[in-house]
Design a protein. Structure first.
Length: 265
């Protein structure tokens, strides 16, 4: 019975946590929509600064990882396809796997490591130092002032980073295709374009938008719920990374299942 109670309580806590994330996201969306009509504005400079941190700052490491992943995918697929005499399908395998799954997922994990953890640490430190209370005394809503710009920046930048990761992943696969699989760069890119459908790219971009919401909501929620003390900031940061990765993978599974059953290729 103790095991059942533990599992049940964990399930309830998980649902409560997801509900808290939904409420936080709703408050951010409400702030973004209603601010212009209430003579308030989301501070554009904060949104731009967050977009630079989330997007532009992640380009170097994301470029390397996406390029290497594309080349690894080409190597691994060629190893098996060569046995079947179908090495010409390497471009198709790499293109579909990158655009549908690996591009958005790699981008999300990189952003979690760079920005999701930073969100939790920043807001958690502000809470420990009573800066959130100071914002409230100045009639500034911490969610509107801190979280909403982060959410808007992530929702815009994650699809942009995903497109860049898709391109670098395909380019990484092309490196192997040209060097060892008998392709020219032109024929490899032509095979890639022929293998891709519009929905392959769109599904990846839809996922990336949701991933941006999840990463920002989890990082901000962990920061807002930080306890007192510097140690708690570290715990919130670690928890933000772990929970973000888990929820991103879970959301990816849900969307992949939905796209598979709703619109089979």
């Amino acid at each position: 019975m103790a095991v059942i109670e533990t599992v049940g309580q964990a399930a309830i806590d998980g649902l409560v946590y997801v509900g808290d994330l939904a409420i936080l996201t709703g408050r951010c969306a409400h702030a973004a929509v209603t601010a212009p009509f209430q003579w308030r504005r989301l501070r554009g400079e904060r949104i731009i600064r967050q977009a630079m941190a989330v997007g532009v700052g992640a380009i170097p490491v994301l470029s390397l990882i996406a390029f290497f992943i594309g080349e690894i995918m080409a190597l691994q697929s060629a190893y098996e396809l060569r046995k079947l005499g179908a090495i010409a399908l390497v471009a198709r395998v790499v293109a579909i796997s990158i655009t549908r799954e690996l591009g958005p997922l790699i981008t999300a994990i990189v952003v979690i490591g760079r920005s999701g953890s930073a969100f939790a640490a920043e807001i958690g430190s502000m809470k420990v130092n009573s800066e959130l209370d100071a914002l409230e005394t100045m009639a500034l809503d911490p969610v509107e002032f801190l979280v909403a710009p982060k959410l808007m920046a992530a929702v815009v930048m994650l699809p942009c980073l995903t497109i860049w990761a898709d391109f670098l992943g395909v380019l990484g696969g092309a490196t192997f295709g040209v060097a060892a699989a008998g392709f020219t760069l032109g024929t490899y890119l032509h095979a890639t374009l022929e293998s891709l459908a519009y929905r392959d790219i769109v599904t990846g971009l839809i996922k990336s938008v949701v991933f941006g919401v999840v990463i920002t909501a989890v990082g901000s929620q962990e920061g807002l719920s930080t306890g007192l003390g510097a140690e708690q900031v570290g715990r919130s940061t670690t928890s933000a990374v772990v929970k973000s990765i888990f929820l991103v993978v879970a959301v990816d599974l849900v969307f992949t299942s939905f796209f598979y059953f709703a619109a089979p290729r």
